[in-house]
Design a protein around this ligand. Structure first.
Ligand code: SF4
Ligand code: SF4
Length: 236
């Protein structure tokens, strides 16, 4: 793979991670645990670009805490207690300019000699939900993977901070998995709007864990309820 192909592959993987991540959010209870336990590596170019775009105080913090990483040509921004030095009161002080690795987290794009780059998903309070959905996607494709991912989900669904366990994301699955998520979450947000009408946040939360197939049954049930109510109101 030449330099241009590697560059394209990297961009492609970033766009796939963003298409997946837009369906999820971080629970407040996590309190930015990734910024405290997972120190990212920055290539020199990215490090310099960030320095140009952030406020003076961030530049000083960044510069005085940057150390050379084990990866060649890379830096880490790590403070005396081993956390990212740009994390202040559990908030990133350069959020709009944060490094690419922070934007794709809990996905990690790693260098691979043959494939250029590969993709892995680290375990954290948000990614357990991605793992749950990935298991649902696998159900009709590979029952062994479905069972394995379900076990991971069940064991870690109440996790409250990130750890180093990771799930490999096969690149040939990504487009189909993203389509699955689009279908699932468009149906879920439609059903959630019904649930909100009836004021049940608990129902809304439950729905995010359903498969598209089951959501479809619920949708039919809601339509049935709606039609029965409309018929009753129309009867003099
Ligand atoms: S560890 Fe996961 S859930 Fe927590 S802030 Fe980071 S990405 Fe979000
Ligand atoms: S740069 Fe910001 S988002 Fe990235 S690890 Fe540091 S505090 Fe977290």
């Amino acid at each position: 793979m030449d330099r241009r192909q590697r560059f394209e592959k990297y961009g492609w993987l970033i766009s796939k991670t963003q298409s997946i991540l837009k369906h999820y959010s971080c629970p407040e209870s996590c309190n930015a645990s990734c910024c405290k336990h997972h120190i990212i590596d920055l290539y020199r170019k990215e490090y310099e670009k960030i320095l140009k775009n952030v406020d003076k105080e961030s530049v000083n913090i960044f510069k005085s805490n940057a150390v050379k990483s084990e990866l060649e040509g890379c830096y880490k921004a790590i403070n005396a207690v081993g956390q990212c030095s740009l994390l202040i009161n559990s908030k990133c002080r350069i959020y709009d300019n944060r490094p690419e690795a922070c934007r794709t987290f809990p996905f990690v794009i790693f260098s691979d000699v043959e494939a250029g780059f590969g993709l892995t998903l680290l375990l954290c309070p948000m990614s357990v939900n991605i793992i749950r959905d990935y298991a649902q996607w696998y159900k009709s494709v590979n029952s062994t993977m479905y069972n394995q991912l379900n076990v991971v989900y069940e064991q870690h669904k109440d996790i409250n901070k990130n750890n180093d366990f990771c799930v490999q994301m096969k690149e040939h699955n990504l487009d189909s998995f993203i389509e699955f998520l689009e279908r699932k979450y468009s149906l879920v947000s439609f059903l959630c709007s019904f649930s909100r009408i009836w004021g049940s946040e608990a129902v809304e939360k439950k729905m995010r864990g359903l498969t598209p197939h089951f959501s479809h049954h619920i949708l039919l049930f809601y339509l049935f309820l709606y039609r029965s109510t409309a018929n009753r109101l129309a009867t003099p």
